[in-house]
Ligand binder design. Structure first.
Ligand code: ATP
Length: 454
């Protein structure tokens, strides 16, 4: 792990952002729990996304579908047969790897989907674990998690899958949305929710997980539309969202899938890659999926999934642009971009410079001492502010230590109540980034702080 990643992982645990899950049982399969500040940060990221793409747009509506969906959906979408990873085992040390990843790392070749070529390439590649060259043939494994459902009677057990992506739930409700809402093409359906993939090598902290959350939009367009400008517009919107997480534009780049790597139905697929401390990796994706999904579900279900264009008196199956975003990868970008170390009076100050819109705590209220006369004023301020801002009250430890703690949590403003406050009815507001302090009247505090979050 890189030095920077080590620092971020350690801060994330120490400060209640991300914990390795089930640590008391020795940890579990690269899964993580989000601590109190991590939960706030996640929620803020999801809210920012929902506000940006649903509330602030007239052409996109929201949906919340189930995780367990009809198994026929995954047959129609091709996931039951085609959602595979190529795996290979080292016969010497029994470790299992993604064959395509091993080949790509060793040779730079992208052989995804080409099992024989991968097996040939592997005859020259050493096992990263034991150094020997003794591989099984590369084989395909389905990445969907299976579970069972007693759906009809005790004897009848149906095999179902935990959804490997949220998009499927959107396509099966396309008709319901069309019938119940006043949507007109072009329009989108947005959803945030959990997805599950049996990734063989999870890793890089929260970058690749088996249980994660996606934020996806299916944006339905007419097959006659010139889609290229819309595609570019979506790429820009996705990039703007990454910038709103605090990322720098120079750390973003596009990777356009070449013809032989792109799904047969897609006219264009682009990954938005971010420069994580472990290198440029896919953060979000954007795909033109044509009418593949609606046509496949229409054939499999027998339901017409068309759109009637009243103005032109025309029926058609819409095409779709699919911008997809990962919650955990967004959270990792927010952590990486926010992490700063600064020299202050000979000491290193670690400060998480989250954009205000996603900071887990917006204002910390810190009475200089636990004495009743100060804490009663400070609690009054907390009660006044808590309905408009996310606040934290903390009266433990020295004020210096409390500032350092809030810097590491990334709290943009600290409000300090001192003994002078009893006389001048004012408090000190400390700015996280400049560390400048300003005296503000208590009666003006609400307006002062709320104004800074507008
Ligand atoms: P990768 O190439 O990294 O495996 P993918 O191309 O399979 O990703 P998509 O199927 O396009 O990913 O999924 C959409 C988004 O969901 C990704 O851009 C990413 O943000 C997120 N995502 C996908 N797989 C994972 C995972 N295992 N853990 C965390 N987030 C994920």
């Amino acid at each position: 792990m890189t030095d920077l990643m080590e620092k971020i992982v350690s801060l994330a645990k120490r400060r209640g952002f991300v914990y390795p899950a089930c640590e008391i049982y020795g940890g579990f399969a690269n899964s993580y729990s989000y601590g109190p500040y991590g939960t706030e940060l996640r929620n803020n990221i999801k809210q920012l996304w929902w506000r940006t793409f649903v509330h602030h747009r007239e052409d996109i509506v929201g949906l919340d579908g189930p995780i367990l969906l009809h198994p026929k959906l995954w047959e129609a979408s091709g996931h039951t047969t085609g959602f595979n990873d190529a795996l290979v085992d080292c016969k010497a040390c029994q470790k299992r790897f993604r064959a395509d990843h091993l080949v790509e790392e060793a040779t730079g070749q992208d052989l995804e989907g080409k099992l024989d070529e991968m097996s040939t390439a592997l005859t020259k590649i050493k096992c990263p674990n034991c150094g020997k060259i003794d591989w099984t043939q590369a084989r395909e494994f389905n990445m969907m998690f299976k579970t069972e459902m007693n759906n009809v009677s005790d004897e009848e057990i149906a095999e179902v899958y935990l959804r490997p992506e949220t998009a499927g739930a959107i396509f099966v409700e396309y008709k319901n949305v069309l019938d119940s809402m006043r949507v007109k093409i072009p329009f989108g359906i947005a959803q945030i929710g959990k997805a599950f993939r049996n990734e063989i090598v999870a890793g890089n902290f929260i970058f690749r997980l088996r249980e994660f959350e996606q934020m996806e939009i299916e944006y339905f367009i007419s097959p006659d539309t010139k889609w290229e400008p819309l595609f570019d517009e979506w790429l820009t919107k996705q990039e703007e969202f990454v910038l709103a997480l605090g990322a720098d534009k120079k750390d973003l780049r596009h990777y356009e899938h070449p013809d032989d790597k792109r799904s047969h139905y897609s006219q264009k697929t682009v990954d938005i890659e971010y420069k994580f401390p472990f290198g440029f990796k896919e953060l979000f994706g954007l795909a033109h999926r044509g009418d593949f999904d609606l046509t496949a579900h229409s054939k499999a279900s027998g339901e017409k999934l068309e759109y009637f264009d009243q103005e032109n008196n025309k029926r058609y199956v819409p095409h779709v642009l699919e911008p997809t975003f990962g919650v955990e990868r967004s959270l990792l970008v927010a952590l990486v971009a926010a992490y700063h170390e600064e020299e202050v009076k000979g000491e290193t100050r670690v400060v998480m410079k989250f954009p205000k819109a996603i900071a887990p705590i917006q204002v910390a209220i810190l009475p200089l001492s636990k004495k009743e006369e100060l804490s009663s004023v400070a609690r009054g301020i907390f009660d006044d502010l808590k309905t408009s801002l996310i606040c934290e009250y903390d009266e433990t430890q020295s004020i210096g230590k409390r500032y350092r703690r809030q810097d590491e949590i990334g709290t943009p403003y600290c409000v300090t109540v001192d003994f002078d406050s009893l006389e001048d009815k004012a408090v000190t507001v400390r700015d996280r980034d400049s560390m400048e302090q300003e005296r503000v009247k208590i009666e003006e505090l609400d307006g002062y702080l709320v104004g800074r979050y507008k």
